[in-house]
Design a protein around this ligand. Structure first.
Ligand SMILES: Cc1cc2nc3c(=O)[nH]c(=O)nc-3n(C[C@H](O)[C@H](O)[C@H](O)COP(=O)(O)OP(=O)(O)OC[C@H]3O[C@@H](n4cnc5c(N)ncnc54)[C@H](O)[C@@H]3O)c2cc1C
Ligand code: SF4
Ligand code: SF4
Ligand code: SF4
Length: 381
């Protein structure tokens, strides 16, 4: 039976598992959906095609996607997922380094790919109407990429950018940059049988970001930072998370710091049951953890990822070291990734004990012999 947008409301948005990624909205061929704040909503008659349901990453067991991409599941030891190369890199260009979050790997790589013609656009996260509120942008030039560099720690409807890339910018070879959950959605576009082909056929590269949590824009950024700390978001030049601190850099003023533990209470609710730290479904994953300050860790996972990274090497945009040559190195990423999986498994267990609605893909699993076994297998995903 084909599932429809009503099923997404029932299974994803109502129980609080919606990522506000906009994949359902962008994919609807009849333009029946729109984002209302962070929630997708029906605006016109639904034509019952079922595509929006098939693009949503929150209704499936993502291990199935892993098998389709890599031909197998990761083993219990592969806590960062399957990858072929682990590197630590730094942008050579000062214009990129000045705006980048860490080593500028993402922006440099995309700049090389645009120059080469491997892609003709990148869907990246800029800011919306309010300061530091993420909103997708289509970058077709190096300048546009640099304007969107740096991390916004809330979440935005990334896939509205994919639709713009195809419909407004006529892109046909697009890189999607996103958090692990957004990469899962973009893989759904490409791998689902029932999909919006106009959009999915334009996706050429999945560039994932390591991700601990995303935070609620209203409660953390507007509520705590603007109102309680009396720090106008317009004077913030960068947010960062390093060594257990949430750091707020202000223009011409001393930085402020909050304990990450205290900030975690503002994590978006699906993040609490998310088990993917290292963007395990991406072609290339990039993060800060594992590398020294000012550099980015890069995990190359697929053949397309290798081809893309070789282009960046050719353009000499990046200074590249093997990750094993730097400290703290790969083990620390493995530790953080494992902790995230365990945290998600613990939260799912807590929700189950409290009789709360579990994610639909867990409800639809064939009954496991023992609940403990199921939770253990989730922790090892
Ligand atoms: C919500 C969030 C949480 C993260 N948590 C961790 C973590 O726990 N550990 C870790 O090592 N790394 C984490 N990262 C990734 C890390 O902060 C850097 O993105 C990574 O090191 C790349 O740095 P860079 O200098 O190469 O990126 P840059 O060259 O500065 O490029 C960053 C890219 O990220 C995109 N982007 C910015 N904000 C968002 C967003 N909200 N959603 C989707 N895309 C976005 C931008 O469009 C840009 O293209 C997180 C990223 C996000 C978005
Ligand atoms: S028409 Fe199709 S894609 Fe659009 S809302 Fe209905 S089921 Fe979803
Ligand atoms: S596709 Fe994204 S925005 Fe739509 S219901 Fe699923 S998680 Fe929410
Ligand atoms: S923690 Fe998971 S659900 Fe939350 S933004 Fe990161 S990848 Fe998405």
């Amino acid at each position: 039976m084909v599932k429809l947008f009503n099923d997404l409301i029932k299974e994803v948005t109502t129980p609080g598992y919606c990522l506000a990624c906009g994949a359902c909205v962008a994919s609807c061929p009849y333009e029946s959906l729109a984002m209302e704040g962070e929630t997708p909503a029906l605006k016109k008659a639904c034509m019952n095609c079922g595509i929006c349901y098939e693009e949503c990453p929150q209704v499936i067991d993502q291990r199935g996607l892993k098998r389709k991409i890599f031909g197998r599941r990761s083993s219990d030891e592969e806590v960062l997922g399957i990858y072929r190369q682990a590197l630590s890199v730094e942008a050579r260009s000062s214009d990129i380094k000045a705006r980048a979050q860490d080593g500028g790997a993402v922006t440099s790589l995309l700049a090389s790919l645009l120059e080469d013609g491997f892609i003709d656009g990148a869907v990246v996260m800029g800011v919306g109407a309010l300061p530091w509120q993420p909103f997708p942008k289509v970058a077709t030039t190096r300048e546009e990429l640099i304007a969107c560099a740096g991390i916004k720690y809330a979440r935005g409807p990334l896939f509205l950018g994919l639709k713009d890339a195809v419909d407004l910018h006529y892109c046909s070879r697009v890189a999607i940059v996103g958090t692990p959950c957004q990469i899962a959605a973009s893989r759904r576009f490409v791998l689902s049988k029932l999909t919006n082909r106009r959009l999915s056929e334009a996706i050429r590269l999945h560039l994932g970001l390591f991700c601990g949590h995303a935070f609620e824009y209203e409660s953390l950024f507007r509520g705590v930072i603007e109102r309680q700390l009396r720090t106008p978001l317009s004077e913030v030049v960068k947010f960062d998370i390093k060594r257990g601190r949430f750091i707020i850099y202000r223009r011409r003023k001393p930085r402020r710091e909050l304990a990450l533990e205290a900030v975690k209470r503002y994590a978006c609710s699906p993040c609490k049951v998310c088990f993917d730290y290292a963007a395990e479904l991406a072609d290339i994953s990039v993060g800060a953890v594992g590398s020294p300050l000012g550099r980015s860790t890069v995990l190359i996972r697929t053949q397309v990822g290798s081809e893309a990274f070789d282009i960046a090497r050719r353009f000499r945009e990046l200074e590249v070291l093997e990750l094993e040559k730097v400290k703290p190195g790969i083990n620390v990423i493995g530790k953080v990734s494992r902790e995230k999986k365990l945290r998600a498994a613990g939260e799912l267990k807590r929700l189950k004990l409290q009789g709360k609605t579990l994610p639909i893909w867990l409800q639809e699993q064939p009954p496991a012999p023992k609940e403990e076994e199921l939770l253990r297998s989730i922790a090892q995903l």
